[in-house]
Design a binder for this molecule. Structure first.
Ligand code: ZN
Ligand code: ZN
Ligand code: ZN
Length: 346
């Protein structure tokens, strides 16, 4: 715990904690109105000279693409999981950094830089926590990348250290499983759509909570982290890895976190087994709401006692305003008190 405690800072709701450009990113093929490089919206993109798979917002050649281009179609088929395309792009983009890497140049007091491959390659691989089958499957993905690069591109002709390439491909494949971030956009009908994937170094250092105090927002492939709760000095900052207590039951969340991220979540909702939103909604409202439909004043008084009891439970156990609990309780109170006020009669 404690990976990201932002020192002496204190953040108000909505305040920006961090802004980070993607080290590398890819777009999904159906996201054709987004630039392949920066993911900005682009309605008149310029395609690569040699393939129709990559579209750019600027007429600019990206040197890594000469190696990606000949194998792009293979990568887009079912050979490798689409999210793993970020692995290949990262390895290509960073080729000068890992190929000429000098371990002796490491200094403990070195400045952290999120635009550097070294920081990316230091993200967790979880190699020790994985099963042999998992490691074998991941190695097979790295081998497929290596095979494609060696046999269908000129990548190895450019003075590339082949053993180092194999090592880096495997490291990146392992890192990718837990560190690839979905890039989202809001559709015109206000639904969240995933348009691509990216890898970041700093923003991947944040721990998960099922009740996070920080959320991710995307501008192209730049990630912006904002506080969604007030965060006190020294308080730990948490993001959410995809499942929260309001939308998924505890058992399911724990199973997914262990399988994909190799940890047991010990956040407050997990420790206290907070109810999901749908459980709370049905718990609070359905039965009482039905009874209130035809209640007279005496019945409403009895129901009010029940609603007040529930409000007390919610106040103690569930932070009001964070989910719909607060709204549900207020709704029921409003119905009870309305019955005590003016009422038309037939
Ligand atoms: Zn662009
Ligand atoms: Zn191309
Ligand atoms: Zn949790």
């Amino acid at each position: 715990m404690g990976k990201t405690r932002l020192g002496n800072s204190r953040f108000k709701v909505g305040e920006v904690l961090a802004v980070e450009s993607a080290y590398s990113s890819i777009t999904f093929q159906d996201a054709f109105v987004h630039c392949h490089e920066c993911l900005d919206l682009c309605y008149n993109p310029i395609p690569c000279d040699k393939c129709t798979q990559t579209l750019y917002c600027k007429d600019k050649a990206f040197s890594y693409h000469q190696y990606e281009c000949p194998i792009f179609f293979s990568l887009s088929s079912s050979i490798v999981d689409v999210v793993r395309r970020v692995v290949l792009k990262t390895v290509l983009v960073a080729r000068n950094e890992w190929n000429n890497w000098d371990a002796d140049s490491d200094r403990p007091d070195e400045e952290y830089r999120s635009d550097r491959f070294k920081e990316i390659s230091n993200l967790l691989t979880h190699a020790d926590s994985r099963s042999k089958d998992d490691l074998l499957a991941e190695t097979s993905v790295a081998c497929q990348f290596y095979y494609l690069l060696k046999n269908h591109t000129r990548f190895l002709k450019g003075g590339i250290n082949e053993d180092r390439l194999k090592e880096i491909l495997l490291i990146m494949v392992l890192i990718s499983k837990t560190n690839i971030v979905d890039i989202n956009k809001l559709s015109p009908d206000l639904k969240m759509e995933t348009i691509g994937n990216a890898i970041y170094s700093f923003c991947n250092l944040f721990n998960h909570s099922c009740w996070p105090n920080v959320r991710k927002y995307f501008h192209g492939n730049t990630i912006v982290l904002r506080a969604i709760n007030a965060i006190k000095k020294g308080e730990q900052c948490f993001v959410n890895y995809g499942l929260n207590y309001a939308n998924s039951p505890l058992g399911f969340r724990q199973q997914i976190f262990m399988t994909i991220h190799f940890f047991i979540c010990t956040c407050r909702p997990c420790q206290e087994n907070w109810s999901t939103l749908s459980e709370m909604q049905s718990f609070f409202s359905l039965a009482i709401q039905n009874r209130l439909m035809s209640a007279d004043m005496n019945q409403a008084r009895n129901e009010l006692q029940q609603v007040l009891r529930l409000a007390k439970i919610a106040e103690e156990k569930y932070p009001t305003g964070v989910t719909g609990h607060d709204h549900e309780i207020k709704n029921l109170l409003h119905k009870c008190f309305s019955i005590f006020g003016n009422r038309g009669q037939i």
